[in-house]
Design a protein around this ligand. Structure first.
Ligand code: ZN
Length: 97
């Protein structure tokens, strides 16, 4: 009886530890080469669709882009974001601030 109980407890602890925590980070970028506010809004919509992106804000006037994403997948997410930018706005350059 008690052996069975121990086994159950060990198992549930393992499950808890195996759960990966999300760490959403907010990163700012300088964004250069957009020619109007419409293009900025369109690019924003395209980036919002990237898997792992929580939130995106592009300000055409200040040339700033803010991204919220899971820090654990930063490399993979940014690779996809840059791919979307290249496809939608090939002349646009982003630079982490
Ligand atoms: Zn435009």
């Amino acid at each position: 009886m008690s052996k069975n109980n121990d086994y159950t407890i060990k198992n549930s602890k393992k499950n808890l530890r195996g759960k990966r925590e999300e760490n959403i980070m907010n990163t700012k970028y300088k964004i250069k080469g957009l020619d109007c506010a419409n293009c900025a809004a369109e690019l924003e919509r395209a980036i919002q669709k990237v898997e792992g992106i929580e939130e995106v804000n592009i300000n055409f006037i200040t040339e700033r882009m803010e991204l919220k994403y899971d820090e654990n997948n930063e490399e993979e997410i940014m690779k996809k974001v840059k791919k979307v930018i290249k496809r939608e706005e090939p002349d646009v350059i982003i630079e982490k601030i």
